[in-house]
Design a protein around this ligand. Structure first.
Ligand code: THG
Length: 292
């Protein structure tokens, strides 16, 4: 499992202002901490950054590389910012992300080929979020075909089916899960990646980790290759690297529809089983699902 740290992002209350004021200390401290936490990549998310992205991204790449040797995922919709950032990357980077927007796609694919970067192919279509797993497949075929035409090999394409919040349409949460099980057949050799924390967006802070971790185990079972995650979730790392076999096993049993005697489980295992039921749409989501 490949973990990409999400923490350097413009939405963060410390990092947002630091990016704006070009204050490198808090950003470098976080980059160092993420690196020491044991992740494999750092995501640098500057948001759309339409006006200043072209100077902000190369600045950010430079200061992060002063304190970390990890490869970087450049996260912005500003194409010029991506190009300027790629110029500075010492290691092959990831473009996060390229979707099926015809206006930007062409230039982004050219940048990817030019810098021999990887690309996250985000399955966001011209009509927005795909309706189901099949539409995700259609977008994948389309995107991979266009990338291949530019000379980008499948091993450099990381498909992101788009994780959506559990507080929204449950069928989308299911479709993303379903799609991952289909990817190897429709795009052999492509990798997969998700923004895991999206699933718990909008839920109370103390409930986010259990949702993230449960969905993570579900997606891992579908062959997930990489995830953009909170670098400081120790439990998630334990799961990613095979150190929580009891939890993984009980999640699989719940996924298989086995009727499990909750009283026979530890509190931790029980919370995972309850979360599977909510994430698979067997039980209606509300903020009190763990108490049921
Ligand atoms: N796919 C791809 N890239 C992505 C996403 C994706 N990049 C952005 C996002 N989704 C993944 N990154 C984050 C970063 C932070 C949070 C969620 C996803 C987050 N942060 C907390 C919050 O907003 O409450 C804490 C903010 C803080 O650091 O203070 O939830 O899906 N390809």
């Amino acid at each position: 499992m490949i973990l990409i740290a999400e923490n350097i992002n413009v939405m963060s209350q410390t990092i947002g202002p630091a990016l704006k004021e070009r204050k490198k200390e808090p950003i470098q401290a976080l980059a160092k901490a993420e690196t020491e936490a044991g992740v494999q990549w750092l995501d640098l998310n500057i948001g759309p950054s339409k006006k200043f992205g072209h100077e902000l991204m190369p600045w950010l790449v430079d200061i992060v590389q002063e304190v970390s040797d990890l490869p970087l995922s450049l996260d912005t919709t500003n194409v010029v910012a991506i190009g300027e950032g790629l110029k500075r990357c010492k290691k092959p980077a990831l473009i996060n992300s390229i979707s099926l927007q015809p206006d930007r796609m062409e230039q982004e694919l050219d940048l990817c080929a030019k810098y021999k970067a990887g690309m996250i192919g985000l399955l966001w279509g011209v009509d927005g979020l795909p309706r189901d797993a099949n539409e995700r497949c259609m977008h994948t075929v389309d995107l991979v075909y266009k990338a291949n035409e530019k000379g980008i090999a499948n091993e450099n394409i990381w498909i992101d089916p788009i994780v959506t919040p559990i507080s929204g349409e449950i069928n989308q949460v299911i479709a993303c899960y379903e799609f991952l099980g289909m990817l190897a057949d429709i795009a052999p050799g492509c990798k997969s990646v998700v923004g895991l924390s999206n699933v718990s967006n909008g839920t109370p802070d103390h409930l986010r980790p259990i949702l993230n971790r449960t969905y993570f185990i579900m997606l891992m079972r579908q062959g997930l290759y990489a995830a953009i995650v909170d670098a400081f979730d120790k439990e998630m790392q334990a799961i990613a690297f095979g150190k929580k076999p009891n939890v993984v096993t009980v999640v699989h049993r719940a996924m298989d529809g086995e009727s499990i005697d909750l009283a026979s489980l530890t509190k931790e295992e029980r919370d995972y089983v309850k979360s599977v039921r909510v994430l698979m749409g067997q039980q209606l989501f509300s903020n009190s699902w763990l108490e049921a």
